[in-house]
Design a protein around this ligand. Structure first.
Ligand code: ZN
Length: 251
């Protein structure tokens, strides 16, 4: 039997403890509901752990990251409280091949901005608008199993272009909102050996991570982002200077 995919779900876990509306939607935290969704979709094929800002090293020690195939990131009001040493550690692991799934307001996280190299800012409006997510890359594994050309969320925060990211490697979903804006909602990047997925929905006051389509995108996305290819990453290898090697003599 193949080993389960090891996913770590990181959540800053602050809104749920300070805002009654958010607590009512996510009483045990957004991370717990994302974990439940992965288990629902992937069963024994995934082993999930969670980590939060308040834990030592934000729950992302070397040992935890070494045992993580894909890291899922939800943050919003405390991006600046994430220690740089942890950001560096996550960055190095992505370059070595760990997958990273950045959700919703995670567009403003230190790790996403560092990996993108751009400002990563957006337009937004919090008005509970309908969001229609159009599948623009139907052959992509992240939309495996979807039957229709779009799916909808009845109430979400609006994110609009221009989204200040580099040109994505792949664009999979484009959102339309009732107010008329559009947004690149699901797109992929590669940095070093690592695969990065940005997926937009998930404002903390709406039950978005209970939605079956959102759960399917996340489960597919985590599987897509898992490490593939050679186990070896050779960028830091020290090799002997060939010019200093003794020249073989003909006898
Ligand atoms: Zn939001």
């Amino acid at each position: 039997m193949p080993l389960p995919l090891r996913a770590t779900i990181w959540n800053e876990f602050l809104h749920e403890q300070t805002n009654e509306i958010v607590r009512a939607v996510y009483p045990d935290g957004i991370h717990a509901v994302i974990a439940e969704g992965l288990h629902q979709c992937l069963g024994d094929a995934v082993a999930v752990r969670t980590a939060t800002l308040a834990e030592p090293e934000h729950g992302l020690s070397e040992a935890v990251l070494d045992q993580t195939d894909v890291l899922v990131w939800w943050g919003h009001i405390a991006h600046d409280r994430v220690e740089d040493v942890v950001v560096e550690r996550v960055h190095r692991r992505v370059i070595e091949g760990m997958g990273l799934v950045v959700l919703h307001s995670g567009h403003g996280s230190k790790i996403f901005i560092k990996l993108m190299g751009t400002g990563c800012m957006i337009r937004w409006r919090e008005a509970g608008e309908r969001e229609r997510l159009w599948i623009v890359n139907p052959g992509h594994p992240i939309v495996e199993g979807f039957e229709d050309e779009y799916f909808e969320l009845p109430h979400e925060e609006m994110y609009g272009e221009m989204f200040d990211i580099p040109q994505p490697d792949e664009l999979i979903l484009i959102s339309w909102f009732e107010g008329g804006e559009v947004f690149r909602s699901c797109c992929t990047f590669r940095r070093g050996k690592g695969k990065i997925l940005y997926f937009r929905p998930g404002h903390e006051t709406y039950p978005t991570y209970y939605d079956q389509n959102v759960r399917r995108v996340l489960a597919n996305g985590v599987q897509w982002a898992a490490p593939t290819g050679s186990r070896f990453f050779g960028a830091a290898r020290n090799i002997r200077d060939p010019l200093s090697a003794p020249v073989p003599r003909h006898s």
